[in-house]
Design a protein around this ligand. Structure first.
Ligand SMILES: *Cc1c(COP(=O)(O)O)cnc(C)c1O
Length: 394
């Protein structure tokens, strides 16, 4: 039923699996036949506090029973409190603009960089350097910022000027010129294959860019909101970026993005905006998500979950060295490199049949992004099912 209607009326942008999920409890999903699945994806790092989170649901219900949306022409209390919370948790001296998605947050970051480049120097600076295998979004500009040539289809051209890509951090230095305004990177490339960069290398880059007055934009749409164990990956890397973007895990499932910057006075009224961005509904939800995760971080629960998940992950990696070549990632953003892409395709098919949801990243990485609140029982069950799936391909 769902498949037929979906195919008839929804534009075909995804190769979908037509399971019909009806219920979710933390990291467990149930389909219409009550078959259960352990969710090691959290909807691509979105459902950070689990499915059906009662605390978030109650806050949302209370808020939308009262006011859902007013518009950004008026002060919005939960928006102000959320911006304050982001400054507190990050430890940075920043202001925030709220968008509805990661791509839009990155658009905001690029606009900030462009305005900085236009107004701060005697010559116009507008070029943004990004990395190959990066992912920054699906709008025309962020698709161009994304360093994957397969994404720059002529179908959607012409693209905005001013983007160039490099394979390695070390190569960025060479291509900086007098018109370079920013470098935009993920600290752990997500879609590109769960690839963390070296901390020292990043710290040196950050220092160099600061000296040259070139902005460092860190795209934390996937790494942010405690995914790596710290509030931001930038906190873990001990750097101070000029601009940071968030989205995926911030709202626990409601669509919200954020661009945060230390250039606190860069924008004036009229420079940027969004109808929905930061409304009562989404900022109320995000505030509660952050409260929950902050508590879990402070009482040690989050670190315990990360340690336990990675213990079980490493067991399965060590036991299956004939399939996996590398165990990569940080915190609860993990990947197992699979010996070849075909094997990965069969693993993903088998895991679904066994009742555990996993993701693919890059060409040959099995990606795991469980809810940050996943229980020990769910971790045990998920890895048991993953092990069964692996046995089937041997
Ligand atoms: C998912 C993702 C985006 C795009 O976010 P959307 O909400 O899909 O627009 C951008 N950057 C990174 C690093 C991402 O993982």
């Amino acid at each position: 039923m769902i498949e037929q209607i979906d195919k008839e009326y929804v534009l075909h942008t995804y190769a979908r699996n037509y399971v019909n999920f009806k219920k979710g409890i933390n990291a467990t999903l149930f389909d219409e036949n009550d078959k259960d699945f352990i969710d090691f994806t959290s909807g691509i790092a979105v459902v950070s506090v689990g499915h059906g989170n009662k605390r978030v649901a109650d806050k949302i219900y209370e808020q939308v029973s009262n006011i859902t949306h007013i518009s950004n022409l008026y002060g919005i209390e939960p928006q102000a409190l959320l911006a304050q919370k982001l400054a507190q948790l990050s430890g940075y001296d920043i202001r925030t603009f709220f968008s509805n998605s990661g791509a839009e947050a990155n658009e905001g970051a690029i606009k900030i960089a462009r305005k900085y480049g236009e107004t701060k120097f005697s010559n116009k600076k507008y070029k943004v350097i990004t990395l190959e295998h990066s992912f920054h979004g699906r709008t025309i500009t962020t698709v161009k910022a994304t360093g994957q040539s397969s994404m720059h289809s002529p179908n959607f051209s012409p693209y905005p000027d001013g983007f160039s890509y490099h394979d390695k951090i070390a190569d960025i230095y060479k291509s900086i010129d007098n018109e370079t305004v920013a470098v935009m990177i993920e600290l752990v490339q997500g879609e590109g294959g769960v690839q963390p960069f070296d901390k020292k290398e990043i710290q040196e880059l950050a220092k160099f860019l600061k000296e040259k007055e070139i902005l460092l934009i860190v795209d934390e749409v996937q790494t942010g909101v405690f995914r790596t164990g710290q509030f931001l990956a930038a906190n873990l890397y001990e750097i101070e970026p000029d601009i940071i973007t968030l989205a995926k895990g911030l709202g626990g499932g409601v669509p919200i993005g954020a661009v945060m910057t230390t250039l606190k006075d860069i924008f004036s009224p009229g420079d940027h905006g969004s109808t929905f961005g930061g409304n009562y509904l989404v900022t109320t939800a995000a505030l509660e998500v952050l409260n929950i995760l902050e508590e879990n971080k402070n009482d040690g629960k989050l670190d315990e979950t990360i340690t336990y998940f990675n213990l079980k992950l490493n067991e399965i990696y060590e036991k299956n060295k004939d399939i996996f070549t590398q165990n990569v990632g940080l915190g609860l953003m993990r990947g197992l490199r699979v010996k070849d892409a075909n094997t990965l395709t069969s693993i993903i098919k088998n895991t679904f049949e066994e009742g555990v949801l996993v993701l693919k990243a890059g060409k040959n990485t099995l990606r795991l992004l469980p809810p940050l609140t996943i229980s020990k029982e769910e971790i045990n069950e998920g890895f048991k099912r993953l092990e069964n799936a692996l046995t089937k391909i041997k």
